[in-house]
Design a protein around this ligand. Sequence first.
Ligand SMILES: *Cc1c(COP(=O)(O)O)cnc(C)c1O
Length: 396
Amino acid sequence: MMADDTRPGAGTLAIWAGEDNKDFWGRATQTPVVHSVSFGYGDVDEWLDVALGNKLGHIYSRNTNPTVAVFEEKVRQLEGAAAATSFATGMAAISNTLFTLLSPGDRVVSVKDTYGGTNRIFLEFLPRIQVESVLCDTTDHAAIEAEIAKGCTVLYLETPTNPTLKVIDIARLAAAGRAAGATVVVDNTFATPINTNPLALGADLVLHSATKFLGGHADALGGVVCGVESLVKRIYHYREINGATLDPMAAYLLLRGMKTLHLRIRQQNESAMQISRFLRQHPQVEAVYYPGLESHENHEVARRQMRGFGGMLSFTLRGGFDAVKAFLPRLHYAHAAANLGAVETVVGPPATTSHVECTLEERAAMGIPETLIRYSTGIEDTADLIADLERALAGV
Ligand SMILES: *Cc1c(COP(=O)(O)O)cnc(C)c1O
């Protein structure tokens, strides 16, 4: 990962981080799912010490839980962070982070292309507490820097973006954010810690929808925030009181999924690259959005900050929305569904997936074509996915 000889590789961390505990119940080699809501103490002094945070331990599972703690530790190490805390969903991670950091009168600078739910927080919920949200053109770095320089409490970035895969220069904007005294937050859901570590590029906090690539099997919701300890502590406190806690069973499923994170991402990086090249030369395909393509508008930035270009791509078909409606059901190896980052390939138009919360006009303002198809590459054999696309296109 980083140029640190003592730091194990991402694959080793995906397997072992947080799971080297030799004291699991009955010496289990696998992390047990601790469904217990509370944890008992024979010694009241010890109970008090744990309650006051002077001693490690658990009191009540809305606050902390042994299984959930292992999940947090694994992500913490993969992101090279000082601290991590988890949430019931990715949106809980995002909203709890923003509502912890922002107060009435504050200003947050972000971009137009954030995840649909995040965009709703900026436009619908933050204004209700008198926080001003400034949403800039996603790749106009000079314009974003100009807004940061006017003063902001939080600089909130997401890269690559959903669904048109724009790439933001984290190092450049994090430097500007820090110079202005802002807390720099990056949603790293699309890149994953295998491809990018935003904290190493200058961000203060990195967050994920663990529902997507981290879990990887589309069977558990979760979210996580990592970074500077003092900030993570404040966000944890907000979450323990507001109660958007990750369930231990979900934590277990996410942990189990994360053991193959590096293998899945390697395969998805490779397949998405080949699929993008295939689609780009196909006469029925109008445009392909993938940061790994040299023709991509942010390819240079992507090469600098991504170790792989990720499993997400999108494309538009010639023939309008009718072509999209004819094409999607013809794909054999893809769920048409509102999810991404799974072992199976998942496809869908933004109107029903990432930006279902937005109106047609809002999507147009964000530069999201209605004929776009978002393609989340699974871990199937690359040749089969390409053959499937070829067959489906031939039938349109
Ligand atoms: C899905 C997603 C979220 C929201 O995560 P949930 O787990 O669905 O709440 C946030 N950011 C990005 C980039 C996402 O793809």
